[in-house]
Design a protein around this ligand. Sequence first.
Ligand code: NDP
Length: 298
Amino acid sequence: MTARLLDGKVMARLIRDEVATEATELLARGVKPGLAVVLLGEDPASQVYVRSKGNACQEAGMHSETIRLPAETTEAELLAVIDRLNADPQIHGMLVQLPLPRAINSDAVLRRIDPAKDVDGFHPVNVGKLVIGDPTAFKPATPYGVQEMLIRSGIDTKGMHAVIVGRSNIVGRPMANLLIQDGPGGNATVTVCHSRSRDLPSITRLADLLIVAIGRPNFVTADMVKPGAVVIDVGINRVDDAAAPKGYRIVGDVEFGPVSEVASAITPVPGGVGQMTIALLLKNTLQAARQASGGAAG
Ligand code: NDP
């Protein structure tokens, strides 16, 4: 079997166009959705992500602010920046690019963000709302992107056994919460695995839908996948490759070639889930602007 390719580029483009259209409609009502991204330090990967977020915002007709702070910024200084953005009516959504330098308590920072502007969905208020199925919750963009990919690809998760490998607060846990909700892209039976799960392959082989987010290159091999399963690879890993122009390649957590012979559908890396994340961040910013201006969620 050769799996159907779930193309994140195409789907992300669609979502970004939809967001741009809705942003124009909001603008006509006097509201310009605004996103602020705070970046500490010079981490090259973070710089790239932050630049992409700013560009995507502007392309969608949104207001965008990037606040670049030196790596030695203190926690108190960072909290003061967040307070300022919390009070700024032009800013509907904000996020602090992770990871933060070790001297800063990330939890304290994430909790300082006004939950109504927390478009990453990492504040405990939004985590709680997501768990209870409150539609005003901001869904963390990566698992939200996976859910949208499934819905837009016509993959009905209802009644599926979804196995998620990885239990981080950014991907695995919110993914599980989304998949057990009652509604489109939900109603799955969910198993969450992690590094202490016993006999992982015997669990992954039960999956109708296998979602992998562990950060281990090519970890999931074909023998770990049930024939016909839908496989979503969230992993983004750099592996050395002397033949590649940059000296490295980006691969996922799934061994793409052999697994695509077993699965019915699969996401590539790159070009899969990674493409969706920014699109859903924009959608969350739109949701924040709409909620702030008294409109409905969504
Ligand atoms: P974390 O490091 O926070 O979490 C990794 C999870 O995987 C943990 O729960 C860990 O278990 C589990 N794990 C690690 N090794 C194994 C193993 N051998 N068997 C079973 N479980 C294991 O990572 P993230 O969730 O932040 O990211 C995961 C991957 O997704 C990374 O490659 C990251 O780059 C990528 N990513 C991609 C995004 C995108 O936009 N596409 C966005 C965010 C992340 P335990 O809890 O027991 O330690």
